[in-house]
Design a protein around this ligand. Structure first.
Ligand code: CTP
Length: 422
């Protein structure tokens, strides 16, 4: 079947055709594969372009890089290369490969193979589709395993029964795809997924690797639905046996995030860090350290999580009457930003949301035009006093007492004068 590739756009199509022409010249077969084929067929945007080559993938990428004067990064030990076209289009090249898992949960042993074998090693039939790039059959869909039919029926089906045991991170992928694409797990697939969880398959994967896949849930559109599905399947036990998140907090956060996403000031915010906080909201401070070590959480995540304990006190402080903008700034400025966003989504107290919004949108972004050089000109020596004076000026600016450079300078000279008189 010839695919309708118009959704890809003319520019990318041109580059893909060039890949096919060059592959043909070298006597190779090239295909684009995996998630991007699925997404193109579903009419969804996709940016991860994976090209599989029956032949020397690195040679093909090198030839294209030389011809199109493109940036190339070669990973010899993996037999892969990443090419960045001058128009910014990024493509990963890999040779078609066969894989086998020496034991469940391990990384696979890889040897070269055909496109059919390459597709067979993949997780779900809908991700085991390829599209020919060579000129004669450009755009032809290669569907060896019924992926197109499953796609139409919105079914997630594993390629073989051992798939979740070979690679238990696929359990998490299944949950994400189900929610993201609004698909459902085919009966047998659901059975083998449950069986893999009953066997505690996730424990065969190195914890940081499993958590890295788990973390992706927080970037999905509906993280709470994914997490609930996983919990229903007993898939949260890897955190620690009996772990239960606070669903009320999670649902509230998701509801508020959905609203905030429509707000221009929050448009570009990545909310995954906030969902992480909501998920672990009930975790005690002592647990965070050992948990962080076990799953290799990032420094940033550990820092955010360690701030959870202060959230109730912060919410209380933010309700104090008569706070000036500068007071709110002093309260929130030392606090981790994700914690502030978390507070914004967690509380329904109007005064707190208003004050947090004001801090995030205005006070936090306030800056002075005046510099240390100006203060030196006024006779102040660099040092702690200068830092303190700049801070005082900033607080006045945040409170609206000074508006522009002139105002900053006038107030600065007044403060320097007072300081010098002791
Ligand atoms: N794949 C797999 N098993 C995994 C991870 C990936 O079989 N555990 C295969 C799938 O064929 C997948 C392809 O590798 O389509 C690329 O993986 P990835 O970049 O993670 O892609 P997507 O399927 O596009 O997922 P996402 O949209 O979340 O990036």
């Amino acid at each position: 079947m010839k695919m309708d590739l118009s959704i890809i756009g003319k520019n990318i199509l041109k580059d893909l055709k060039a890949v096919g022409v060059e592959a043909e010249r070298l006597g190779y077969q090239a295909y684009f594969v995996g998630g991007v084929v699925r997404d193109v067929l579903l009419g969804r945007p996709s940016s991860d372009w994976d090209i599989v080559v029956e032949g020397q993938a690195i040679e093909l990428a090198k030839a294209l890089a030389a011809f199109y004067k493109s940036r190339l990064t070669v990973y010899e030990s993996f037999g892969t290369a990443t090419l960045t076209w001058p128009n910014g289009f990024v493509v990963d090249f890999a040779m078609a490969r066969r894989e086998y898992y020496p034991h469940p949960g391990s990384l696979p042993i890889v040897t070269s193979g055909s496109i059919k074998e390459d597709l067979f090693r993949r997780d779900f039939t809908i991700n085991a589709l390829a599209v020919v790039l060579n000129p004669q059959c450009f755009g032809e869909l290669q569907d060896f395993y019924g992926g197109y039919d499953d796609l139409k029926k919105k079914k997630l089906r594993v390629m073989h029964e051992k798939s979740f045991l070979d690679d238990p991170t696929r359990i998490l992928r299944a949950i994400r795809f189900e929610s993201r694409l609004d698909f459902h797990l085919e009966v047998k697939t659901l059975r083998v997924l449950k069986a893999a969880l009953a066997k505690d398959a996730p424990a065969t994967v190195k914890p940081p690797r499993y958590f890295a896949e788990f973390r992706k849930i927080f970037s999905e559109r509906h993280p709470v639905a994914c997490l609930k599905r996983l919990a229903d399947l007993n898939g949260l036990e890897f955190i620690f046996p009996g772990f239960k998140p606070d669903w009320t907090i999670l649902s509230r956060v998701e509801k508020v995030v959905r609203k905030l996403k429509k707000n221009k000031s929050y448009f570009s915010k990545n909310w995954s860090g906030v969902f992480l906080l909501a998920f672990f909201a009930r975790m005690r401070a002592q647990q965070v350290a050992s948990f962080a070590k076990h799953f290799h959480l990032t420094k940033k995540e550990v820092f955010s999580l360690s701030g959870l304990g202060e959230v109730p006190a912060l919410i209380k402080k933010l309700q104090l009457p008569g706070l000036r903008r500068s007071d709110i700034y002093e309260i929130l400025d030392p606090v981790d930003l994700e914690i502030i966003y978390f507070i914004r989504t967690l509380t329904s107290v109007n005064m707190v949301t208003r004050r947090v919004d004001d801090f995030l949108k205005k006070s936090r972004l306030a800056s002075l035009r005046i510099t240390g050089e100006d203060l030196k000109d006024l006779g102040l020596k660099p040092g702690r006093e200068m830092g303190a004076l700049l801070h005082t000026l900033l607080m006045h600016k945040i409170n609206g007492k000074i508006k522009n450079y002139q105002g900053e300078k006038a107030l600065a000279s007044q403060l320097v004068f007072q300081y010098q008189r002791g």
